[in-house]
Structures are given as structure tokens and as C-alpha cells.
Design a protein around this ligand. Sequence first.
Ligand code: SAM
Length: 265
Amino acid sequence: MKQQLSIDRVKSRPKRSLGQNFLNDDNFLRLLSKNITTNNDTTIIEIGPGKGALTNYLIKKKFKYLYLIEKDYHLSVQLNNNYKKFDNIKIINHDALSYDFRNFYKHNDVVILGNLPFNISTQLLFKWLCEKKWPPFYRKMILMFQKEVAERIISNHNKKNYGRISVASQARCKIRKIITAPSKVFFPKPKVDGVVLEFIPSIKYKDLDFESLLTLLKKSFSQRRKKIKNNLKNHVELLEKLNINLDFRAENISVEEYCKIAKML
Ligand code: SAM
């Protein structure tokens, strides 16, 4: 009995390797939840529901299905117990990074959301931005990032924190900051604050080959201090044609300009 209790305690201890910082502030959760709009036809996909802090607000909303993708087996068992009376809530015990989201292609009005584990948040974002078919299967994403990453995502050109992730995200989506999550709203308390962003897929650069854009960004930002004519030395003619100052550095080139270059590669 004693041994079982201590095994249970170890199982329920937050796992750093899985980025387990659970939300435990009702005011914050209420505010976040207010920003999540759904209807009777919505499929909500929550990534990393953990112990269900946000899920408990989601179940009060309108939705057709609610999918919970949780990598931690023990938490997925708890979630199964908590929500077993709902036949439109499905728990998927899987790594969201390797999960095949094509399973949702036939669903209407998909909303992806989650207080993501900080250590894999950018990988997950890229997975959804890299969807081949654009606009993609989701209508909206509402995702938590560590503050510094969120600031890079929404940064504009000519700013120090403007980089690959800013251009890639803004070429694909309209992005809005929803709310800051001070570190004290989590348990255990992380070293940094979080920020929740909303992403709405945009068709502004619908015909863009996203893979070409990513390759271009990799070359452009590989050495940030170098001038663009050096980082893109094989495309100087193209830069001239687009009236892009050859002495600019990667951070001085706008999202629109990067998309124009990528389209002509
Ligand atoms: N949503 C909960 C909350 O706000 O209290 C938990 C958020 S916690 C930051 C991240 C959650 O994602 C944890 O429950 C963790 O087990 C889960 N997780 C970590 N890596 C994952 C992965 N690759 N795929 C799915 N879930 C993952």
C-alpha cells in the first residue's frame, strides 16, 4: 500500500522532460477561455491537455468534437476517467509532433489550441505552418509560447528579434497577441512568462511555395551580420530586379519582400 502511494506520487510529479507547467490560475484561464470562440460544428484539438485545467473550460463551450492529444500515458488515463461520460471527447495518447493531423482533414471548423510544452512549441508551430494544402485544415490556432519566442513570432523587420520564425509565421497567418501569462499562473513556476497568440491562416501568399521560402530564410538568416548580397550571392540579380537594397541585412527585409523573392526563385 505504502509502496503504491509513493509510485503514484512519482507518476503524478510534473515531468520537466515533457514541459509540464500546469496552469493553475482561474482568473487567467477564464480570460483565455473568453478569447476562444467556437460553434456547434467546431472540432477543437487541444494539444497537451495535462490535468485538464483548460479542458474544463473548453467542455462548457459549443463543439462537435473535442480531441485531447496528450503524450503522458498516466495523464491520458486520468483524462479518460474525467471525461468518460462525454461521447464527443476523444483522448489520444500520442506525441503531437509525430501525430498525423490528416485525420482531421474531413472535419469542419477545426481550432487547434494548447498551452504547449515550451521545449517543442516552435517545432509544433512549423509542423502546422508547413501544411501542403493552403489554406490548411484548421480555421484558427490559439497557442501559448514562452514570451521571448512569441515576441520573435510577431516581430517586424528592422527589429533585432525579427528572424526566420517571424517571416514564416507572418507569411502564413495573421497573428494577434491574446494575453500574457505571467510565470506565477503556472505550477511549477517556469523561469519565464508565457504569451498566448492567435493564428488565422491567411491567403495573402497562397501561391507561395512555402518550402522555397524556408530555404530562402535559412540562407538569408544564416549569418545575420552579413549583408544580403553575401548571404544570397547567387540571387543578386533577382534582388536588384526587386529593388532590394543589396547592403541590407536579413533583418531589414520585409515579409512581403521575402515572399516576392521566394516566388521568383
Ligand atoms: N494544458 C495543461 C495546462 O495548461 O495545465 C498542460 C500544459 S503543459 C505546459 C504541457 C502538456 O503537454 C503536458 O501535459 C505534457 O505532458 C504534454 N506534452 C508534452 N510533450 C508532448 C507531446 N510531444 N505531445 C503531446 N503532449 C505533450
